[in-house]
Design a binder for this molecule. Structure first.
Ligand SMILES: [Zn+2]
Length: 316
């Protein structure tokens, strides 16, 4: 039976429960921690627990995937502290962030095999002194096209996923009203390396308003993630809810994931755009699921998207 690889080890996927597949426990850009006297695991965990604890209590959230690889402030010590205090499962990410705000020089110039070895080690041997094993591979692209460095990272990750079964979750830019082709480009690269589409969740795909584009993607066997729910400046939730309802009505509920891309803490502070549009971990359940129900999405499909689909993706 497949297991989910949490920060406290492998567990049967049946134990994941309601799962948010793209969130952040601590988000921090490269360099932010290098002159940071205020950085403290316990106080960061305090802040995350206040917010996430409410969602766990009110809505029964069982599992959170922290979608930040190391360049995005991944801190397995905070992840473990939060998981321990709240009794939730947290899954850490290996992989790479986008070229425009991540990818240090050492990776830019590395061979694909070296990059694949790094990702494999983070999955099979773990990170940090406690050897915490990662349970997803994060990938990101910066623009409407995927540049040569990002393409190399995608190819490395696809090979690791093919070999280990570890799921891939992505970040795509641009997000906005424009009908963007980036999700398709990401999928083309991953599948050309032999990755299994059922192991792939294309992220931030809710930056489109084109249902047919999404249907073309899910027909190829991957999942599409509405993982910026609540980010009204990108696309209003009303549009997202219409697209989710459309995918469910077309028979693709098993290819849809729901999440917020919320940060428990952004160190040292949130970007102005994020601060102006603050959410909380419970927002998905408090605001978006009722909107889906009102739009005709069945309880069965909601359970499929919030429990069954993440369970299928995260087990390997
Ligand atoms: Zn994110």
């Amino acid at each position: 039976m497949p297991s989910a690889h949490t920060v406290f080890g492998e567990i049967p996927v049946e134990k994941l429960g309601i799962t948010m597949p793209h969130e952040h426990i601590v988000l921090s850009y490269g360099g932010a921690k290098s002159d940071a006297p205020g950085y403290n695991v316990k106080s960061l965990a305090d802040e995350v627990c206040k917010d996430l604890g409410q969602a766990v209590q009110a809505y029964g959230v069982g599992t959170v995937v922290d979608a930040g690889p190391t360049e995005l402030g991944r801190d397995v010590a905070v992840q473990r502290e939060v998981a321990r205090r709240l009794g939730v499962n947290i899954i850490a990410a290996t992989g790479f962030y986008r070229f425009t705000s991540g990818v240090p020089l050492v990776w830019q110039s590395a061979e694909i095999d070296t990059l694949a070895d790094y990702v494999t080690r983070e999955i099979t041997e773990g990170v940090g002194p406690d050897r915490v094993k990662c349970g997803v591979i994060k990938l990101a692209s910066s623009d409407e096209k995927i540049g040569p460095v990002e393409e190399k990272l995608f190819r490395a990750a696809a090979r690791v996923s093919k070999q280990t079964g570890c799921p891939i979750i992505t970040h795509s830019d641009p997000t906005g009203w424009a009908v963007t082709n980036v999700g398709k480009l990401q999928l083309d690269i991953l599948l050309s390396e032999g990755a299994d589409p059922s192991r792939i969740m294309l992220g931030h795909i809710c930056g489109t308003s084109n249902l047919n584009y999404l249907i073309e993607l899910v027909k190829r066997g991957c999942s599409v993630a509405f993982d910026r729910v609540g980010s009204q400046r990108i696309v209003p939730d009303e549009v997202r809810a219409g697209l989710v309802a459309g995918l469910c009505a077309a028979g693709y509920a098993s290819n849809v994931m729901l999440s917020l891309d919320h940060q428990g803490v952004w160190f040292p502070q949130r970007s102005p755009a994020t601060a102006a549009n603050m959410k909380h971990f419970g927002y998905l359940f408090q605001s978006f699921l009722p909107r889906l129900r009102a739009g005709g999405v069945s309880e069965r499909d909601i359970e499929q998207m919030t429990v069954v689909n993440p369970r299928n993706l995260l087990g390997f």
